[in-house]
Ligand binder design. Structure first.
Ligand code: NAD
Length: 262
């Protein structure tokens, strides 16, 4: 059911974290994976462990025109694309009063503009192959209203809105477009805070119904689901993958309050 044999999957931000785990997951179910990211050595390290002739294409998605340029280079290397995982992204944790325009531009350029331009530039290839699956990596910041993250939350809200709009545009062409909103995933984004802020790991865990941080493979499993025919009738959806953080009450223990039945 999850067989991606003969399919080509592009993963942005494939050098580490959620992107690396997604590349591994897609390779393990048969896809040839195009790994893209900024650091060639890291992409090579990931590629070494993949089985289906992975392709490496380094690119910095912060620049204007980067998404379209990257698509051209991808289509020079492979015959076409069936799956696109728009995972590359940067965090931006800063109080609104301290945000500069340059910071706002940067986070929107990477998290929003390149995601859209790359998707548009690869869509014709997917159409020519009878359809495809685009998986955008959003965030619980899109649904939760996090503090000191207004610019980042704005980018991820845009990602979810664009997911629904593109699902409408390209549904008739057989292209499904969905997004995944991860919760707290222990990747490089969190490494310094997890290592230096006493009690942070436990405090955050307390807010999660499943009582643990997520790992890259928790998200990659859902990427594989959206990439495969297991989700063939799902499009325009945002799936929150957060162990029960954003929409589940994890703090109020039922034992604290007396039963009330009337
Ligand atoms: P990460 O920092 O480990 O990985 C980010 C990836 O994006 C890296 O491969 C990096 O090279 C790439 N990238 C960053 N800037 C780039 C640029 N200018 N050009 C090209 N590539 C660039 O972080 P991660 O946690 O694996 O994050 C992956 C995605 O998941 C991001 O979109 C992030 O917003 C989202 N996310 C992460 C979490 C979390 O808790 N880790 C939660 C919600 C959403």
């Amino acid at each position: 059911m999850n067989d991606l044999q003969g399919k080509v999957a592009v993963v942005t931000g494939a050098s580490r974290g959620i992107g690396e785990a997604s590349a591994r997951a897609l390779d393990s179910i048969g896809a040839q994976v195009v790994l893209t990211g900024r650091t060639v050595e890291d992409l090579e390290r990931v590629a070494e462990e993949l089985s289906n002739s992975p392709v490496i294409i380094p690119a910095d998605l912060a620049q204007a025109g980067a998404g379209t340029e990257l698509a051209d280079r991808i289509l020079n290397e492979v015959e076409g694309v069936d799956v696109l995982v728009n995972n590359a992204g940067i965090p931006m944790r800063r109080l609104p009063e301290k945000l500069t325009e340059a910071e706002i531009d940067l986070v929107f350029a990477i998290n929003v503009r390149s995601l859209l331009t790359l998707s548009i530039a690869l869509a014709d290839s997917m159409k020519a192959r009878g359809g495809g699956s685009i998986i955008n990596v959003s965030s619980v910041a899109s649904v939760r209203g996090p503090g000191a993250r207004v610019a980042y939350a704005g980018t991820k809200g845009a990602v979810d809105a664009m997911t629904r709009a593109l699902a409408s545009d390209w549904g008739p062409d057989g292209i499904r477009v969905n997004s995944i909103a991860p919760g707290l995933i222990a990747t490089a984004i969190w490494e310094e805070s997890r290592n230096t802020i006493p009690g942070l790991i436990e405090e955050m865990e307390g807010q999660i119904a499943l009582k643990r941080w997520g790992f890259g493979d928790d998200i990659a499993d859902v990427v594989a689901f959206f990439a495969s025919d297991a989700s063939k009738y799902v499009t325009g959806e945002t799936l929150v993958v957060d162990g029960g953080l954003a929409r589940v009450s994890a703090s109020a223990s039922p034992q604290v309050l007396p039963e009330l039945i009337e």
